[in-house]
Design a protein around this ligand. Structure first.
Ligand SMILES: [Mg+2]
Length: 107
């Protein structure tokens, strides 16, 4: 089994490969894209909660709220896992979409 290690100066492809191995090693490969979307949504809620805490907004002090750093990382993991299920190269998709976005007019 491949060692789970993110190389120095990783590309987005490296992150996607890392998540692919992570899912094999932790037994998450049977989760489909829909399930991953639900999990991504949960992580978005956790991210928003951590941001609320960081902004000193009222939060439940009895609940475990992680750092914004951790929740951003969780979201990237799920984003990679969803992209992997559709065989989407995130860097390529980003570049292509940004070319579209650059042509938009913002007022
Ligand atoms: Mg989380």
């Amino acid at each position: 089994m491949n060692k789970l290690e993110l190389k120095e100066n990783p590309t987005l492809r490296d992150y996607q490969e890392y998540v692919k191995i992570l899912e094999i090693q932790r037994g998450f490969t049977n989760q489909n894209a829909l399930e991953k979307c639900l999990l991504l949504g949960e992580e978005m809620g956790e991210l928003f909660k951590s941001i609320r805490k960081a902004a000193n907004l009222k939060t439940d002090i009895t609940s475990n709220i992680s750092s914004v750093n951790e929740e951003i990382a969780d979201m990237l993991i799920y984003l990679c896992s969803i992209a992997n299920r559709f065989e989407i190269d995130i860097e390529k998709a980003f570049r292509e979409k940004e070319e579209i976005n650059k042509k938009r007019k913002w007022i």
